[in-house]
Ligand binder design. Structure first.
Ligand code: TXA
Ligand code: MG
Length: 341
């Protein structure tokens, strides 16, 4: 299969109509969103959705997020939309927030992986919105990486993983947020954060009051323990390089890294810290700016592999604001390996 490449703007009606046609016909398209690139198919077509799992090599028990372009599209997809869903949508949609709700009969089993719920999000990227509108159907889309690799934040990342496996990719430039959306379930007794992302826990609590945090956000699940969000149980976002988080002040981090220096060793540090390190440094955002760390994290993880790095020592992100999402992803990239210095 030849993967078609579209570099377009939302004003490019002709190309958008083509992309919409591919999706309506059951094809797969890599699409830009404000978080990461998605691998989209018609969410109401079980056979099209099945192709997503094939192209990614994704475990069958990991459900997908359904993307909509306007709030009223939600009603057909869910059995009930509580007040809390409307309040969150009012505050943060379109944007990097996914809500889990009881699913309607329109949702194919392939999308929800056999669960009784469905994840829904309204992305804010103008091209994502234009593509959903052009398709005329809601789009199921996981991140457009091969299962297990870091999520793609550029169209080139998508091609690196998916060239020849999907019908088309639409280039919308680098993603603004850089980590996947926040996932919250409203289908449990109390609202619970399943995956931190661009909308912070603090922002969720500002609208809902109490929000629980799922154990899997910061802890490794025990073997056999059931994951509320199946995606959180896999070793995820991981480069081939062995990543270790080194937690402590910069001076101690630097001396630890320098003691372990070697030809295939690298540092995943913050901008401006490179000069103190005697290994190859991959700066990933600014120390006091978690949003900039989020924007650069996955690109930095991919760069480690491109450079043939075997072991990378990473700075430990602060857990406040978007930092919780950076910490959550890096923990998984490091398979939960943390050294305190
Ligand atoms: O930002 C994003 O969310 C991106 C863009 C493309 O929108 N998408 C994305 O999809 O990250 P994916 O498939 O890589 O991650 C979806 C996460 C997984 O952890 C999955 O287990 C969880 O959401 N999820 C989906 N449906 C669920 C459900 N019904 N119940 C619990 N978790 C669910
Ligand atoms: Mg993913």
């Amino acid at each position: 299969m030849q993967t078609r490449y579209y570099a377009i703007t939302p004003e490019n009606r002709q190309a958008l109509a083509e992309v919409g046609g591919i999706l309506r016909a059951g094809g797969l398209v890599g699409i830009p969103t404000e978080t990461v690139y998605g691998l989209a198919a018609n969410a109401l077509d079980g056979a099209a959705v099945a192709k997503i799992f094939q192209a990614k090599g994704r475990p069958q028990d990991n459900p997908l997020i359904v993307h909509i372009a306007a709030f009223p599209q939600l009603y057909a997809l869910v059995r009930e939309a509580p007040m809390q869903a409307a309040a969150l949508a009012h505050a943060y949609w379109p944007g990097p927030l996914t809500m889990i709700l009881p699913k309607s009969r329109l949702i194919p089993d392939a999308v929800s992986a056999g669960l009784d719920t469905v994840a829904v999000r309204m992305p804010s990227h103008p091209l994502a919105q234009a593509i959903i509108q052009a398709a005329g159907v809601p789009l199921a889309a996981p991140s457009a990486n091969l299962s297990g690799s870091p999520s793609p934040t550029t169209a080139q990342h998508v091609l690196d993983d998916m060239q020849g496996r999907i019908d088309a990719v639409v280039d919308g430039g680098p993603c603004e947020v850089g980590v996947e959306s926040t996932v919250i379930t409203l289908a449990a007794a109390r609202p619970r954060l399943l995956r931190p992302g661009g909308i912070t826990l603090e922002q969720l609590r500002a609208v809902l009051g109490e929000v629980e945090v799922d154990r899997a956000v910061e802890q490794q699940l025990a073997a056999g323990e059931k994951a509320a969000s199946p995606g959180m149980k896999y070793k995820h976002y991981a480069p081939a390089a062995h990543v270790v988080i080194v937690r402590g002040p910069f001076e101690r981090y630097a001396s630890y890294v320098n003691r372990h220096a070697g030809p295939a060793v690298a540092a995943l540090c913050y901008e401006g810290e490179e000069h103190a390190l005697r290994v190859r440094a991959f700066p990933c955002g600014q120390r006091d700016d978690p949003a900039s760390q989020a924007r650069h994290l996955f690109d930095a993880l991919r760069a480690l592999d491109d450079a043939g790095v075997k072991t990378a020592y990473a700075r430990c992100p602060e857990k406040s604001g978007v930092g919780l999402a950076v910490y959550n992803r890096l923990l998984r990239a490091a398979a939960f390996e943390i050294v305190d210095v």
